[in-house]
Structure formats: structure tokens, C-alpha cells
Design a binder for this molecule. Structure first.
Ligand SMILES: *[C@@H]1O[C@H](CO)[C@@H](O)[C@H](O)[C@H]1NC(C)=O
Ligand SMILES: *[C@@H]1O[C@H](CO)[C@@H](O)[C@H](O)[C@H]1NC(C)=O
Length: 984
């Protein structure tokens, strides 16, 4: 089982391990923030519409003309539709209009627009190779010439490359942030004849997801870095770079479809357009390291992507970097049907770029010894030559400098403080050193390799750097002997650099701890398989250093796209057969043992299929396999829907008859919940428990062989046979904790072939799970000025007390908008003092359908008719009021605006409310509660018992009204009267 690489590997992406309780650092905190940002956001008032075939779309555009505008045409062979945006002034009637629109014959389907974040990844370092020392060069040049790039050795890419297979004639389209095609390792030009030969900029530099994308015919340049790194993993050209960076498939024709501006997000209308443009540009493979939590293959982007796959073009997408969220956290569009979701394993090497410096142990041999450091920020190390000082000589200290130093500590102005990484933030350690006068700090790592540490938030610190645990230990040993260690630092911007390929003996070859787990909510197997994504050296924009080591499933995905290109060159007959290509890669992939990324806790079992899919891809084996399976995985679903028998077909493409022996290799079973009473899935690896329990499989073959392990099937050359598999789930599991069992059907042929088919199933009932947390679902108050403030200062989500009064903004009904400029200013000013109701929902499991209905408890009497008619726009609440309807057993005013919502991921989400109802009316002033209905997984929308129901505390609403705004004295009086009135 591919354990040759259980050396010891530092998950330098220490970033990630710490996010789940490992050694603390800022990096870990950033990673946690990134995970929280993984949930795509629904963009209010924006919809993707798909047109039905052969219907008049003019009618559609006529119907929307008054209320909405066309944002983006999605006029493609495989997706004909548009995205539309309701006008701000009419947003309140958007939901109403959507119902009308959805009913038009021209409309096949409608989805709200979702916004995805710019891909998150951990950056270990970035730098160029110009000051790389010679000793590094010869090694890396040799590696490039022979392709001994570690990620290629891990995936057998090196073996196909040795046969001259480079992806020639295969068009691979990347959907990402753009590419620095002027980079010497990426061809240096754009267009026909160049490495980056096709593509399109769909958005322009200024696009943020919240403004209009401006497509252009300018080449898709990269101002972020992500897309350039991804492109290099796929196709970088060796030879021109001393780091020896080479892509998996440098012979491909690379296309870049740019969907991000320099910062910000992307909406899925742009993503759908990019994928379809790539398809129509003749791509043989489409890859995108973009995504967000979902788990629902029916979301717009996943549906559009699955359709491209169904039309013969494999699509590879990153599985997501939210491994810490545990099981059932699949991402869009990787979760689409037939779409390949790529998990990440850690590189066996940690390529680390060090700046060279030196030190002398003065009381010893006084030899000048060189060492390498990774500069942090700030990095004013030029000319700094000072003796080291350490607070403790304990190289296992967990809390070094986490507490202030005693007042008796000497003044550290004349020292560099050496401190061990761990537990508290780097800024805390720096602060504690600074408090005793220190200006320079070197951290030695508690995990292999180094990180770029940023303590620029601590003014007074002039230099920060990190060294390896080994270097730290050597210095501490000398200090403990009471020797003086004089360190002479160098300027990292000019000093020579060394690239060290440190062995990752802890996690190399194992699934990266950040890699997101499946399966989907309908128990489709995700991810499909894995590739190296942790600690990956690749190209980076020239302006940002030219090369960088990044970690993420974003880095695994393009390697798999390169693997597809090699496989298509090797097996051209399968060029337009995504299912066959996926089955080949899955059946030849190498599953690896479970590893929690921190302490090598092991149950001696393979990692669950919900984490690693088929395992690490082995493309040489896939290229020359003569036995093909019809499936890339099997799902036995949950206990309610247990599939008694799954079929798959074995085809023998060899020249002789082969006897295949079927057997079973179980993987570790992973509990979704820590305890049966939990409603939030366990975190990996902090609380997620895996146990040594496996299913028993039985096989029935067409030669009427039936039985368990050892069952055989004989298949003559050129023929195919069906195998039936049934799974008896492991006994003795706690079904209330929703264990996911999994493993591999091993298929070993008399011709030496050896394949494995991953399967999984769930013990317990997904339909009975709580999806909406009743405790963490509540209302908060958002002042309107904050609601419109920048997204960087999100409004408070503090729960309001029962019976809280919300004074909602003034609305101007149609026909009442003829105010003078002064009056308009008065309205805007007055509205700033109002608030919106914010619904906060905590979805602990995904829900395909969530209602929010307004239940009146007591309404205010109709407002007194105002006589102070100082303007023609006298009344403000002339709008129609909603009527009572019976919804799932509640007497309600119906759905509030922006609800219901569909296909929601397992995350928290918020929606603000200004009193508007989905039918375009406004709720009159009064006392209310909101009732949320969240449909269970596998639930029936018509069945009240299939919902989680959460009722909010009662709350009161009023509207600021026009007469009071225009007459300040009236305003105060009226508001006071409203507050003291009998009205609830
Ligand atoms: C809002 O809708 C009304 C009626 O549908 C229409 O007359 C008005 O022009 C719309 N307003 C805007 C800003 O589009
Ligand atoms: C340490 O000494 C320097 C200069 O000698 C002085 O500026 C600084 O305030 C001192 N710091 C402490 C914490 O004593």
C-alpha cells in the first residue's frame, strides 16, 4: 500500500494543522477565517435563468423589462439563458416577479446567483531564482531534465514523461485568476503558437463580484497569483528556470479563462459563462481550482458543469480546503454529477527557499557556519549581527514567550531573541520580547520547514525570521552550554538563496488535513481521487517573486488536469469519454493509510473514501491498464435507502482470457458526529473519530460464482462481464453518530492487473438529522448605515431580546417619488437612523429548501390619517398588505422577501429584512414572529414532519413614515406616540 513515503513530513502548512488545535499561530487563525469564508453568498435580487428549448425569449425580456435588467447573456450551446438583476428600487418586488418569471414557458429553471470567494491557499514563500546559489542549481537542473519532480514521482507522471508523453495536442482550459504568460517558464507570450494559446478575460481587473464584469479581448493576465501557480503545475516549461519547476503536461495547449479581478469574488453566472466558453473553444479538459461549500449537485454551476462532462469533456475541480469541518462538506462545482472532485495529499518534499546567513559559536571552535532562514515581516536584517538570547532551553516548550518575561530579565536591545513556535500568536511572542527591549526575533519551528511570519502589527520589532526546528535545537544546545552564539543576518532582498528540499516525514503522501471531506448530501461519492497539493513549488507572477510554494486542493486539481492530458495523449480513443477516464484513474489510484496530519494517530486502516476517494492517482498504470471498469465508485447510500446490489462491468481489453479474483480492502469508518446527541459534525482531526470497522461485501458474477473474498470471474479477451456487489454494513456501530463506512473492491487479474473500486455507505438516517440549529437561529438588528457599509465590517449578529422594536426604513410607494431634492436628502438622512431585521440561521447540515414565513401575533391599528400634508407625497403606507395563508400548519402572511432559499450548504447564513414580503406587499406595523422551515435531507417538501421548525422570539416592527420625516417636530411626537401606544 504505497507506504514507502512514511518518512517524516512536516506539514509546513502548519497553517492547517493548527487550525484544528495544533500549535497556534496567526497562520492557523487565518486558515480558520478562510474556512469560514468558504460558504458562497446568495446575491439578493440576482438570478440565473435557463431558457427552455424552442421558446420565445423576447417575451421573457419584455416581462422583466420594467423590473429588472439583463446582466449577462449565457448564450451557449449547452446552456441558453441569462443572468438578470432586479433594479434596486424594485428589489422588494423581485421575489414576486421571480414567481411570475418561473412560470413563463420560456423559463426552464431559475437559480439565485451565488458568489464565490477568490481561492484560498497557504503561501509558504515566494521568491525568484536569480540569486540562487550554484549548488542548488545543479540539483534542480538535473531534476528537471529527468523529471524527478517529487509530485510527478508520486503520481507516475515522471514515467509517462520518460516515454515522451507530454499532453501534446490536448487543449486544457483553466478557469482561474488569469496567468502571467510573460513568465519565462510559461512560454513568454499569449496566443496561437504560445504555451498559453487561447482563453479570454471575462471580467477585467476591477471586477469584485459586486460590480459589472468587463470582458475584454486583452490577454487574461493575472494580478492575484493563484492562476499563475495553477498554470505552472499544469504546464510549466523546465529548462528556463533554476528551480527546476516543470508542469505535469508541458506539451498541452493551455487556455486561461479569467474570472477574477485583482481582488474580491466571482458570481456563478461568470463561472458558468467561463466553463461554456472553454467548452466551445474546444477544450479537451476543463479545470478550475475555484469553489465553495455546497454538497448539492443541483446548484446552477454544478448543473452547468455536469452537462459539459455529459457532453464529453472531463472537468476537474478542487475538493475544497475545509477538511477541518469534517464529513459532508463537499464543494461546488466539484460535487456536480460526473465532475471530478480532487483531494489533496501532501508532497513528500517541502521545497523551502532559505536566505543564507552565518553564525559563530564564540566560546567553541569559532568557525563561521552558514545557515538558512526564511525572512518574515518586517525584515530589516541588513547588517544585524547580535548574540542570541532564549527565555528557555527547553526545545519542547509549548508556551515559549507566550507570557510576559519577568521584570528581572535583562534588557534585550543587544540580542536577537530565539523563541520556539507554538500555542500563542507570533505577535504575542514578539510583543513579549519587545517589552524587554528586543528589536529582533527568530522563531524556530515546531514542525518541519519554515513559514513566513508577519509581526508587522508589532511596531518596534525591526526583524522577524524563522529557522527549522533542527537549527533552533543546535543553537539552544550551545546556549544551554552557556556559549555565546553570534548570528550575522543578511538582507533577504539581496543575499544568496538556497532551495532546500526538506523531507516531509510526517505527512508526505498522506491526505492533507485541510482537504475537504464528502460525501454529498445525497451520498454521492466525493472526492474522486487525490494528487499532491500540499507544499507545491510552481510559477508565480514575476511581480510577486516568480516562484512560490503554496498549499491547497487548488494545487492538486491542476496536476490532475495535467494527468488527464497525459492520459488522453496515451489513450486517444478515450478523448471524449470522461466516465472511462475517471474510472481508469480511480481504479488504478493508490489509497493510503489514515493520517490525522499532526500526531500520526492511526487505526492501521486506509483513510476513508469520504476523505481520499480512490486514492493518489497513478497515471502510468492508468495509461497502460488493459482492464477497464465501468464505474469510478459505488455508493450504497444510507440505511433508509440502502442499495441492496450495485453492478459494475469489467472489460478485458487484453489479448488473453483473464481470471479476476474479487476481494475487499476495508477503509476506516468515520463517525460524522462525536456523540449521538450532537447536531454539528465533528471537526477533523480534533474530534472526528475513525474506527476499525469494515463492511462485508458479497459478489455475484456472470459465471454464477457467488460469495465473498476470493470469488472469481473469467473474462475472455475483448469481452465484458457484470459483477454484482452487495454490502453488509459493519456491525456494532452507533447509527445515531452517522458513521460512514467505506473501502475498495480489489480486482486482481491472472495477467497481473490490480485494480480497486472505491465504495461508501452510511449507517443511520440522513432524513432524521437536524439541519437547522434551534439555538443558533435567531434575529439580530442591523442599523441601515452598517448594512450598507463595506463588507469588511460585517454587521453585528448579536441576538436581540424578545419584543424588540425595529423601526424599518421609509419606503416610497410607486407614484410618490416626486420629492424635492431637500426632501430626498431628508429621507436618506432619516433612513440612516433605522434598522433592518436580520435573520441568522445556523445550518448544521445542508438543506435543499428553507422557508421563512411571517406570523402576525398582533397588528397595530391603522395609522391616524395625517393632516400635515406639507407635500404632495403625503402618505407612505399606501401599499397593499399581505393576506393570511395557511403554510405547513401556520397562519402566516407568507414568505418574507428573499425566501425561500434552495440548496443551502452546511454553514451559517444571514439575510436582512426590511418588512417586504415575497409577494411584493409590506407587512403592516405590529408584533410578529418568523417561522423557519428547513427541509431535511431526503425530505418531502409537502410533509410538515420532514422539516426542522424554528420560531423566532416575538418582535415588533414600525416604519419611518414620510410625514414624520418631512416634519421633524411631528416625527418626534409620532414616534413617541407609537412607543407608548397600545399597539403591541
Ligand atoms: C419599478 O417598478 C415599477 C412598476 O413595476 C416601474 O414603473 C418602475 O419604473 C420601476 N423602477 C425602476 C427603478 O425600475
Ligand atoms: C533597553 O535599553 C535601551 C537603550 O539602551 C533603552 O532605550 C530601552 O528603553 C531599554 N528597554 C528596557 C525595557 O529596559
Amino acid at each position: 500500500m504505497h507506504l514507502s513515503t512514511i518518512l517524516a513530513v512536516p506539514l509546513l502548512a502548519g497553517a492547517v494543522s493548527a487550525a484544528v488545535g495544533g500549535p497556534g499561530s496567526q497562520v492557523e487563525q487565518q486558515t480558520r477565517a478562510a474556512a469560514a469564508a468558504a460558504a458562497p453568498v446568495i446575491v439578493p435580487g440576482n438570478y440565473i435563468v435557463e431558457f427552455a428549448d424552442g421558446h420565445d425569449t423576447d417575451e421573457f425580456y419584455r416581462t422583466i423589462a420594467a423590473n429588472a435588467s439583463r446582466k449577462m447573456d449565457l448564450n451557449f450551446k449547452l446552456f441558453r439563458g441569462a443572468s438578470i438583476q432586479f433594479h434596486a428600487a424594485n428589489e422588494t418586488s423581485a421575489s414576486d416577479a421571480t414567481e411570475q418569471l418561473a412560470a413563463l414557458p420560456a423559463v426552464k429553471r431559475m437559480w439565485p446567483v451565488r458568489q464565490y470567494h477568490i481561492p484560498e491557499h497557504t503561501r509558504h514563500w515566494a521568491g525568484d531564482d536569480t540569486s540562487l546559489e550554484k549548488e542548488g542549481n545543479s540539483e534542480t537542473a538535473r531534476r528537471a531534465a529527468e523529471d524527478t519532480f517529487s509530485t510527478h514521482v508520486m503520481t507516475q507522471v515522471d514515467q509517462l514523461r520518460a516515454k515522451g508523453i507530454t499532453g501534446k495536442g490536448v487543449r486544457v482550459a483553466v478557469v482561474d485568476t488569469g496567468v502571467d504568460f510573460l513568465h519565462p517558464a510559461l512560454g513568454g507570450c499569449f496566443g496561437p503558437g504560445c504555451l498559453v494559446s487561447f482563453g479570454y478575460d471575462l471580467v477585467g481587473d476591477a471586477y469584485t463580484g459586486s460590480n459589472k464584469p468587463v470582458a475584454s479581448n486583452n490577454p487574461p493576465m493575472d494580478c492575484n497569483g493563484h492562476g499563475t501557480h495553477v498554470s505552472g503545475i499544469l504546464a510549466a516549461q523546465a529548462g528556463s528556470n533554476t528551480f527546476g519547476v516543470t508542469g505535469a503536461a508541458p506539451g498541452v495547449e493551455l487556455g486561461m479563462f479569467r474570472v477574477f479581478g485583482c481582488a474580491g469574488n466571482v458570481n456563478d453566472d461568470v463561472l458558468i459563462a467561463a466553463f461554456n466558453r472553454a467548452y466551445e473553444a474546444g477544450a479537451d479538459v476543463i479545470t478550475s481550482s475555484v469553489g465553495g461549500s455546497s454538497g448539492w449537485p443541483d446548484e446552477a454551476w454544478a448543473v452547468a458543469t455536469a452537462r459539459i462532462v455529459a457532453n464529453g469533456v472531463p472537468c476537474t475541480l478542487s475538493a475544497g480546503n475545509e477538511g477541518s469541518n469534517g464529513q459532508f462538506y463537499a464543494s461546488a462545482a466539484a460535487d456536480g454529477e460526473g465532475v471530478v472532485s480532487v483531494a489533496s495529499v501532501d508532497n513528500t518534499l517541502a521545497p523551502t527557499l532559505f536566505t543564507k546567513a552565518s553564525y559563530v559559536v564564540q566560546d567553541a571552535a569559532k568557525v563561521n557556519t552558514s545557515f538558512g532562514f526564511t525572512a518574515g515581516s518586517p525584515a530589516n536584517w541588513s547588517g544585524v549581527s547580535l548574540p542570541l538570547w532564549a527565555a528557555t532551553f527547553d526545545t519542547n516548550s509549548q508556551t515559549d514567550l507566550c507570557d510576559p518575561l519577568p521584570a528581572s530579565t535583562k534588557n534585550l536591545t543587544g540580542n536577537i531573541v530565539l523563541v520556539r513556535r507554538g500555542t500563542c500568536l507570533f505577535t504575542i511572542k514578539a510583543q513579549n520580547a519587545l517589552a524587554r527591549g528586543a528589536q529582533y526575533v527568530i522563531v524556530y519551528n515546531n514542525a518541519p520547514g519554515t513559514l513566513q511570519v508577519d509581526v508587522s502589527a508589532v511596531p518596534g520589532i525591526k526583524g522577524m525570521a524563522m529557522v527549522t526546528p533542527e537549527q533552533g535545537a543546535a543553537w539552544i544546545a550551545a546556549l544551554a552550554r552557556n556559549e555565546t552564539v553570534l548570528v550575522s543576518m543578511t538582507d533577504p532582498t539581496t543575499a544568496p538563496k538556497v532551495l532546500s528540499n526538506l523531507n516531509n516525514t510526517l505527512t508526505g503522501g498522506f491526505v492533507s488535513s485541510y482537504s475537504s471531506w464528502g460525501p454529498t448530501f445525497d451520498v454521492d461519492v466525493k472526492p474522486q481521487f487525490s494528487a499532491p497539493g500540499g507544499q507545491i513549488l510552481s510559477t508565480y507572477p514575476r511581480a510577486q517573486g516568480s516562484y512560490a510554494v503554496l498549499s491547497g486542493t487548488s494545487m492538486a486539481c491542476p496536476l490532475v488536469a495535467g494527468v488527464y492530458a497525459l492520459l488522453i495523449e496515451a489513450r486517444p480513443d478515450l478523448r471524449s469519454n470522461p466516465a472511462a477516464l475517471a474510472a481508469l484513474l480511480s481504479s488504478t489510484a493508490q489509497p493510503n493509510l489514515y493520517n490525522d496530519g499532526t500526531s500520526r494517530k492511526s487505526v492501521g486502516r486506509l483513510a476513508p473514501v469520504s476523505q481520499q476517494g480512490g486514492g493518489l492517482v497513478q497515471v502510468y498504470d492508468a495509461a497502460y491498464a488493459t482492464t477497464l471498469l465501468s464505474e469510478s465508485s459505488l455508493s450504497f447510500n444510507d440505511s433508509d435507502h440502502h442499495v441492496a446490489v450495485r453492478n459494475f462491468t469489467i472489460t478485458n481489453h487484453g489479448r488473453t482470457s483473464v481470471v479476476y479474483t474479487l476481494s475487499h480492502v476495508g477503509a476506516a469508518t468515520a463517525y460524522t458526529f462525536l456523540a449521538g446527541s450532537d447536531i454539528t459534525p465533528a471537526q477533523f482531526p480534533l474530534t472526528l473519530e475513525v474506527v476499525d470497522a469494515i463492511a462485508s461485501l458479497n459478489y455475484t458474477t456472470s459465471d454464477n460464482n457467488s460469495g465473498s473474498d476470493g470469488t472469481t470471474i473469467t473474462i475472455p479477451a475483448g469481452q465484458r462481464r457484470v459483477v454484482q456487489v452487495s454490502a453488509e454494513p459493519p456491525a456494532g456501530l452507533d447509527a445515531t453518530r452517522l458513521p460512514v463506512y467505506s473501502g475498495y473492491v480489489a480486482i486482481n487479474g491472472s495477467d497481473g492487473s490490480s485494480l480497486s473500486l472505491p465504495y461508501l455507505g452510511v449507517v443511520g438516517s440522513l432524513r432524521s438529522l437536524t439541519v437547522l440549529d434551534p439555538v443558533q437561529t435567531y434575529l439580530s438588528k442591523v442599523s441601515l448605515s452598517r448594512a450598507n457599509a463595506s463588507v469588511t465590517t460585517p454587521p453585528s449578529t448579536a441576538r436581540v431580546a424578545p419584543n424588540t422594536l425595529f423601526v424599518l426604513p421609509l419606503r416610497l410607494p410607486p407614484g410618490q417619488q416626486n420629492l424635492t431634492e431637500t426632501q430626498q436628502v431628508a429621507v436618506v438622512t432619516a433612513n440612516r437612523t433605522t434598522s433592518l431585521v436580520q435573520a441568522n440561521l445556523n445550518l448544521v447540515m445542508g438543506s435543499a429548501f428553507i422557508r421563512a414565513d411571517l406570523v402576525p401575533i398582533k397588528l397595530c391599528p391603522a395609522p391616524p390619517t395625517t393632516t400635515s400634508s406639507s407635500s404632495s407625497a403625503a402618505t407612505s403606507t399606501a401599499a397593499a398588505t399581505p393576506s393570511i395563508q395557511d403554510i405547513l400548519g401556520y397562519k402566516t402572511f407568507g414568505s418574507i422577501q428573499n425566501f425561500p432559499v434552495y440548496y443551502m450548504s452546511r454553514d451559517t447564513f444571514n439575510a436582512t429584512w426590511d418588512g417586504g414580503m415575497a409577494d411584493g406587499t409590506y407587512a403592516p406595523p405590529g408584533l410578529y414572529k418568523i417561522v423557519f422551515h428547513a427541509l431535511h435531507i431526503f425530505g418531502d417538501p409537502a410533509q410538515p414532519s420532514d422539516y426542522d421548525i424554528v420560531e423566532t422570539d416575538p418582535f415588533r416592527i414600525r416604519y419611518l413614515d414620510l410625514p414624520s420625516v418631512l416634519s421633524p417636530s411631528t416625527s418626534k411626537k409620532m414616534l413617541r406616540r407609537q412607543r407608548i401606544s397600545e399597539c403591541p
